[in-house]
Design a protein around this ligand. Structure first.
Ligand code: ADP
Ligand code: ADP
Length: 835
């Protein structure tokens, strides 16, 4: 029995998924080309969404090879067959390169095999090669059918009935080498692997002065190299799209020795596998090493990352991306008509879009052509907005102009952290400081939030002071939850004393409230009539005006990692007696009010903590059992972490404040879990946001489930506490912090320019802004306008984009839920980014 969820998401909904039916349709899903983490999440979403809309879904094993070979390579999937794969890297249905599919003969066999099962909808997860193949197959389809009819392999009726093949692609590729989409499935996880290695190298470098040359994947695309370089503040990066200028050998050595002179112990050089110079000659890691050793005599090591980058658990982002895309792919197949071209579903900003497959493939090939013809500027432009933006930011932050070449503005810009610490805050400060200095300002750091501000804890901060900050967790400046309201007088005095001309606030909801207070105080204190901007940084992701905040991604990964640990433990119990003990372990406090706490309990450290604690307790308990994990997440009243964590981990329920629940919901969830335990899936996962209900506490739910599940399953609970605020920031949080704060500084510089020499007072609303991401744009919104959009009592925005994804989690967990598809992708076109 399925639990019924009749409560539809609120708002004016034009079109519900309920009206789209897949009855009588058959969908084939395959993974092809190189594997990537997150492909399984995509397969799971396609299968479950397909079944949900009433279609039949078939696995096609081993990519196109399975399609050509047929037989048991094409098998119907059911709900359970995609269970427990969300957290697994690679692809459970296999991937292969297939020479035969490149020939018409091979494709003829493939068509015949599909027709035997009535499959006329194809969902291909792979790189540009695989998608090109799919497109060709679709174009040839009617010809192939006629040929099969001529050969007597199918009859005339079948030719008519199966006349069209619908094709939807999802790009699975760790390189992110596909034009038209911001992120391909697997890229974020690959970045996680690279950054883990960089972090490990960083710790050994404390004891030796060394230069590391790190080679990452990307034969034709420098995305991984570029973004890793941004995320770790590398000294130099080599990319195929943007070769170094002639004479780079000399320049690089100068840069390295300058950095050494500034007491930097570690130099990191990142090289994309396919790096070239302006003459299209390869630049190899060995060549770079040789150069550094002969020119500078530094101890230099080369590390080639290879397949490690494809390995490991998919990140929270990849799982969410792939799940969203998988669902979107099924909708696109249902909506396809004979005239719709084959499309890829992809992500633009935070927005799901559909793009004509061949336009994307064409542009991807154009990039290669541009590189071959040494039109490198075109190559960068064709890669798209996100790539070009990354490159610009990297250049601005890595290369310091000599002081005498920077025109001074005589402006003082102060940076402050406010609220609870969030991973990525330091990256944001570093980038603001460097961009500010490059723009000619004097940069001031304010320590310990508004409290420190009032007390005058303010010091100039320089380019090298922030070296190495990107990867550090917590807040180096120190952060407090204190609001400025009580100290307006003192803060105004400090603004005056230090002649602060603009203020950048990095923080969460307190930062937002603080900004409102400062803005309201402008009439009384003219010191506050300066440009003020905040960038959102909080694990809760509850700042009005932005879809994302710095730190939320790291927190999500902590959540998904925690379940994985618990799952691994449960599985290991069968094998290791000593693990058969109660599993409520990771010590944590839920009170979210300790300012400045830095808890560097990383995700894997979490697992170790679990195992260690187990060893210590060493008390035996029952063996493997059906089990439901109940996990409490942070977020105040904001259910973002619980909801998205639930989507990423495949939860059965996620209780949040924004969607009130009652005893009937709890009951139906217990029934749902009881039914589930009768299947082969014997684990359940329930997330509970810390403030979702005053009375239905985590303990209450734990006890209710334990009682009701007696004899069927047992329960374990876990409160995730401060570990979500993160030790090491995720690659996304490092880069997001870096880029958004650079944008904030650009805004400040532009405002100050307006005012130059005129002693302008900034009094209008548009000079106090929150900088955020909304759908696909980075936008500045006046706090005054955001006020209307804020639920101050519960400290959340009145409208939250991710609530729309809530039905997705439910559908994928086998509940009936209505999914609003009115927003989902219209066919768009791919455009190069104009520089
Ligand atoms: P990726 O999809 O990762 O780019 P490949 O380029 O190796 O990987 O393609 C994977 C498979 O897709 C190939 O082995 C082949 O079966 C099929 N394929 C690729 N390009 C074509 C093409 N132009 N025509 C038909 N099939 C193709
Ligand atoms: P399903 O959607 O069938 O539950 P999933 O592949 O999402 O399948 O997950 C397998 C099972 O394990 C699910 O029941 C889910 O609730 C549970 N689960 C997934 N990840 C974890 C985890 N890390 N910890 C505990 N349970 C988990």
């Amino acid at each position: 029995m399925d639990a019924d969820d009749s409560r539809a998401p609120k708002g004016s909904l034009r079109k519900f998924l309920e009206h789209l039916s897949g009855a009588g349709k058959a969908i084939g899903v395959l993974t092809s080309g190189g594997d990537a983490q997150g492909m399984n999440a995509a397969v799971r979403a396609v299968v479950r969404m397909g079944i949900y809309v009433g279609a039949k879904v078939y696995f096609i094993y081993e990519g196109y090879q399975g399609m050509v070979d047929g037989g048991s390579n094409i098998a119907e999937a059911d709900w359970e067959s995609v269970s427990s794969i969300l957290q697994v890297g690679g692809t459970i249905i296999g991937s292969a390169r297939c020479q035969a599919f490149r020939t018409r003969e091979g494709r003829l066999k493939a068509a015949c095999n599909l027709l035997q099962r009535g499959i006329t909808n194809l969902c291909v997860i792979g790189g540009d090669g695989s998608l090109t193949g799919a497109n060709l197959f679709r174009k040839e389809w009617s010809g192939l059918l006629e040929e099969l009819a001529r050969n007597g392999q199918i009859d005339k009726e079948a030719v008519q009935k199966y006349a069209y093949l619908n094709v939807v692609g999802m790009v699975g590729s760790i390189d992110n080498d596909f034009c038209g989409t911001d992120m391909t499935i697997g890229t974020d996880s690959a970045l996680h692997r690279i950054i883990e290695v960089v972090d490990a190298i960083m710790t050994t470098a404390q004891s030796h002065q060394r230069t590391f040359v790190l080679e990452v994947m990307g034969r034709h695309c420098g995305y991984l190299a570029l973004v890793s370089a941004l995320a770790c503040g590398a000294d130099w990066v080599f990319l195929p799209e943007s070769p170094p200028e002639e004479g780079w050998e000399e320049q690089m050595c100068v840069k390295l020795s300058e950095n050494r002179a500034r007491k930097k112990r570690l130099n990191i050089i990142i090289v994309a596998e396919g790096a070239i110079d302006t003459q299209n000659k390869p630049i190899t890691s060995e060549k770079i090493k040789e150069l550094v050793v002969t020119q500078l005599g530094y101890d230099t090591r080369v590390t080639i990352l290879g397949h490690v980058q494809r390995g490991g658990t998919p990140s929270a982002f990849d799982r969410i991306l792939a799940s969203r895309m998988g669902v979107e792919a099924v909708i696109a197949l249902l909506e396809a008509t004979p005239d719709t071209p084959a499309c890829v579903v992809s992500l633009n900003g935070n927005h799901a879009v559909r793009l004509p497959l061949m336009e994307c493939v064409q542009m991807t090939q154009d990039v290669q052509k541009a590189m071959d013809e040494r039109r490198f500027q075109d190559a960068v432009r064709l890669r798209g907005r996100s790539f070009a933006g990354n490159l610009n930011t990297y250049k601005r932050l890595a290369i310091k102009l000599p002081d005498d070449q920077i025109p001074k503005t005589n402006c003082n810009v102060a940076v402050i952290n406010v609220g609870a610490p969030a991973a990525g805050m330091n990256a944001a400060v570093r980038s603001a400081v460097r961009v500010g200095i490059a723009d000619g300002h004097r940069m001031l750091a304010i320590y310990d939030g508004f409290d420190g501000f009032a007390k005058g804890q303010i010091k100039e901060i320089g380019w090298t002071d922030v070296g190495g900050w990107t990867g550090q967790g917590g807040s180096i400046l120190g952060t407090k939850r204190v609001l400025p309201g009580k100290y307006l007088e003192e803060i105004a005095t400090q603004m005056r004393t230090h002649s602060i001309n603009a203020l950048l606030i990095i923080g969460g909801f307190e930062a937002y409230l603080g900004l409102l207070e400062l803005s309201a105080a402008r009439e009384k204190h003219e010191e506050f009539c300066v440009p003020m901007v905040m960038v959102p940084a909080t694990v809760s992701n509850n700042v009005p005006g932005s879809d994302f905040s710095i730190g939320a991604d790291t927190a999500l990964n902590t959540i998904t990692d925690a379940y994985k640990s618990a799952c691994d433990m449960a599985e290991a119990r069968g094998r290791h007696q000593e693990l058969c003990i109660p599993l409520c372990v990771v010590p944590a406090t839920i009170s979210n009010n300790v300012p400045g706490t830095e808890i560097s309990l990383g995700s894997d450290t979490g697992l170790n903590a679990v195992v260690e604690t187990c060893d210590r307790i060493k008390q035996s308990a029952s063996g493997t059992k059906r089990r439901v994990f109940i996990i409490e997440t942070m977020g105040g009243y904001c259910g973002y972490l619980a909801n998205m964590g639930g989507l990423a981990a495949g939860a059965d329920a996620a209780y949040i404040f924004e969607e009130p629940f009652d005893i009937r919901d709890l009951q139906s969830n217990v029934e749902h879990l009881t039914e589930k335990m009768k299947t082969t899936i014997q684990r359940g996962l329930v997330l509970r946001n810390e403030s979702c209900s005053e009375n239905y506490t985590t303990d209450f739910i734990y006890q209710l489930y334990s009682e009701e599940g007696k004899g069927v399953f047992d329960c374990r609970k876990n409160v995730l506490g401060h570990m979500q605020q993160g030790g090491a920031p995720s690659p996304f949080d490092r880069n997001f912090g870096t880029k958004i704060s650079a944008r904030a500084m650009e805004w400040i510089t532009a405002k100050l320019k307006e005012a130059r020499g005129r002693g302008k007072k900034f009094t209008t609303d548009d000079s106090v802004c929150v900088l955020g991401i909304s759908k696909r744009n980075v936008i500045f919104q006046p706090v005054a306008e955001l006020k209307k959009q804020t639920d101050f009592e519960h400290r959340i925005p009145k409208e939250q984009w991710w609530l729309k994804l809530r039905p997705l989690m439910k559908i994928l967990a086998k509940y009936k839920a209505s999914y609003d598809v009115s927003d989902s992708g219209q066919l768009e076109h791919v455009q190069p980014w104009s520089v």
